[in-house]
Design a protein around this ligand. Sequence first.
Ligand SMILES: NC(=O)c1ccc[n+]([C@@H]2O[C@H](COP(=O)([O-])OP(=O)(O)OC[C@H]3O[C@@H](n4cnc5c(N)ncnc54)[C@H](OP(=O)(O)O)[C@@H]3O)[C@@H](O)[C@H]2O)c1
Length: 300
Amino acid sequence: MASILVTGGTGLIGKHLCNLLSKKGHKVLILSRNSSNNPNVFKWDIENNYIDENAIKNIDFIIHLAGEGIADKRWTSDRKKLLIKSRVASANLLFKKVKELNPNLKGFISASGIGYYGAITSEEIFDENSASGNDFLSTICVQWEEASLQFNLLNIRTVLLRTGVVLTKKGGALEIIIMPIKFGLGAALGSGKQYMPWIHIDDLCEMYLQAIENTKLKGIYNAVAPEHCTNNTLSKAIAKVLNKPFFLPNIPAFLLKIVLGKLSCILLEGSKVSSKKIEETGFKFQFSNLNDALKNLLNN
Ligand SMILES: NC(=O)c1ccc[n+]([C@@H]2O[C@H](COP(=O)([O-])OP(=O)(O)OC[C@H]3O[C@@H](n4cnc5c(N)ncnc54)[C@H](OP(=O)(O)O)[C@@H]3O)[C@@H](O)[C@H]2O)c1
């Protein structure tokens, strides 16, 4: 049994992950911006460089998920700073505290995003050795990863999971995507040809568990399902699983750009991302196929 501190453990991925880790017999502690009566929830304040030291003292692993929601609001310049700071300054603060308190950490595992490769619609298959893109999302991911990889300097095993769109039963991207389709108003976005690397929440949580338990995992892995799908395929597949019509013309890109500004790029562009490296570690996906994942998530 390991003692695992999860930042952002209150979020979409965090909640599922903390449940799985507890079920597997690990002790789970959460670092949150909010105080709680739960003795396993500890407070931090990134702005003021504060972490309750009791959270750090006796832990074996840190999983760093905390970060302001990327797609929650338009990307104003203040928002952009917050999106970066909530991931990078937080990782730096964790590094500083671990260095200071020396808790004998066995591993630091952090989320990153497939946004690292840039929002580009192409047939290229990006793997972990591909270069970073040069848009805002890439900038976040590059800085977030650099901050996380500092843990290597302390000889702490570091694993980064470049995550695709996480599909869950409730909340997250799927809930938003299915809304118009449920009302018979489903339509692909922009060209519809953009790829959307995705992963079922159960597979992602299992990957984090592997990152804890399999000491051979080290470095960067794409956390995406093996099957590539475009925005058009995804929307049609959802309509089919929900038994809904899908006949409307695509929503024009310019409309999404007006409504969402630069944030629209994450919906309008996207490439294929490879899952080969994680599979080569022996990782087996429970949901490698989109239809199976959607049936599991939407059919009850
Ligand atoms: N969901 C996806 O499809 C997806 C895909 C790729 C990458 N990721 C990345 O994976 C991580 C977890 O994703 P998620 O979907 O679980 O996110 P989420 O539901 O938005 O939860 C993130 C957690 O981070 C904390 N947080 C929010 N704003 C913060 C801020 N300004 N400063 C510090 N902490 C803050 C919150 O915890 P407290 O309120 O308790 O502090 C929140 O519960 C994120 O970094 C996200 O970018 C997610």
